[in-house]
Design a protein around this ligand. Structure first.
Ligand code: PAF
Length: 281
C-alpha cells in the first residue's frame, strides 16, 4: 500500500496512471471507524483506485481545545486500511505541506446553507471545510468523492461547493453507521468514557421519538418534545435540535407536503460535542 505525505509526489504518481483510471476519493481526519470503512468500500466498488486523505484540518476548528484533543491514530488507521484493500492509497500530509505557512481559510458562498445550524454554532467552520476540500480536489482530481450523512449539512455544502465553484467531481453521500446502541459513529466518540458512550444511545432514541411524533405534530411541538426529553438527562446539554428542509436546510415553520424534512441535533456530553440527524419521514 502506498502512503504519500508530499502533494507533488502524490500528483506525479497519479499523473503516471492511465487517464482512463477512475479515482475515488474519501477525505477524512483519521481515527477511522466503520463509517469511514463503508465510504472506502463504496469507493473501491465504483472506482479503479481510491485515495484516502487523513488530515486534521486546523482551519475548520473554531475551538482550539477541540482541535488539540481531536483523536490522532495514524498507525492504527494504516493497519485498518491495509486489511481492507491494496487498492487504497493514503495521503497524510503535514499542515505545512498543505498550508505552506498560511494556515487560513478562504471564504465560500453556499447559497445560505452555511448560515444554518453548524454554520451558526461554529463560525468559519464551512470556510475551513471549503478551503481544505478545494485544495485536496485540486491535488487529487478525483472522478468522485464520498461523504457520510452523519455530517448531512456538510454533505449538502460540499455538493454546493463543487457546483458553485465548478469543481469537476461527483459527490456521493453514504448512510450513517451506528454503534449497536444506535449512537452515530464518529471519531469524537473515542473521547467519551465507556459510560457516556453507552448513555449517548439516548440521542438516537430521542431522534426516533421525534420522528414519530412529528407525523402528527408541528415542528415547534416536536422541538419542545426533544428539549423536554433532554432536560430529564442532566449530563447532556442540548445545543440545538432543528427540523429543516433537506435541500435548503432552512427551518421548517409550517409543514409542506412536497418537502423532505430532517431533524438535526448537536448535544454535549462530558464536554464533547456530538451531532446526529434523522429523516423525519
Ligand atoms: O468530515 C470530515 O472529516 C472533514 O470535515 C473533511 C471532509 C475530511 C474535511 O476536513
Amino acid at each position: 500500500m502506498n502512503i504519500f505525505t508530499k502533494k507533488n509526489e502524490l500528483k506525479t504518481y497519479l499523473n503516471s496512471l492511465s487517464k482512463s483510471k477512475k479515482i475515488g476519493f474519501v477525505p477524512t481526519m483519521g481515527a477511522l471507524h466503520q463509517g469511514h470503512l463503508s465510504l472506502l468500500s463504496e469507493s473501491l466498488k465504483n472506482n479503479d483506485l481510491t485515495v484516502l486523505s487523513i488530515f486534521v484540518n486546523p482551519t475548520q476548528f473554531n475551538n482550539s481545545e477541540d482541535l488539540e484533543k481531536y483523536p490522532r491514530t495514524l498507525e492504527k488507521d494504516i493497519d485498518l486500511v491495509k486489511k481492507l484493500s491494496k487498492d487504497i492509497l493514503i495521503f497524510s500530509p503535514s499542515i505545512e505541506e498543505i498550508y505552506e505557512g498560511n494556515t487560513t481559510s478562504n471564504s465560500y458562498h453556499y447559497d445560505g446553507l452555511e448560515n444554518q445550524m453548524e454554520g451558526k454554532q461554529r463560525p468559519g467552520h464551512f470556510d475551513g471545510v471549503g478551503t481544505i476540500l478545494t485544495k485536496l480536489f485540486t491535488i487529487i482530481q478525483p472522478y468522485q468523492a464520498y461523504f457520510g450523512e452523519k455530517d448531512f449539512q456538510q454533505l449538502q455544502i460540499v455538493k454546493k461547493l463543487v457546483k458553485n465553484y465548478n469543481i469537476p467531481v461527483i459527490i456521493n453521500g453514504c448512510p450513517i453507521h451506528r454503534e449497536t446502541n444506535g449512537l452515530a459513529m464518529s471519531s469524537r466518540n473515542e473521547r467519551l468514557s465507556k459510560e457516556a458512550r453507552e448513555e449517548a444511545a439516548i440521542i438516537f432514541k430521542i431522534l426516533n421519538e421525534a420522528r414519530i411524533f412529528f407525523q402528527n405534530h408541528s415542528s415547534t411541538e416536536t422541538i419542545t418534545l426533544v428539549e423536554n426529553e433532554f432536560s430529564k438527562h442532566s449530563n447532556f446539554k442540548l445545543e440545538y435540535f432543528e427540523i429543516a428542509d433537506e435541500e435548503t436546510l432552512s427551518p421548517c415553520i409550517t409543514k409542506e407536503d412536497n418537502k423532505e424534512y430532517r431533524g438535526f441535533i448537536a448535544v454535549f456530553i462530558e464536554d464533547i460535542r456530538l451531532i446526529d440527524n434523522i429523516s423525519m419521514k
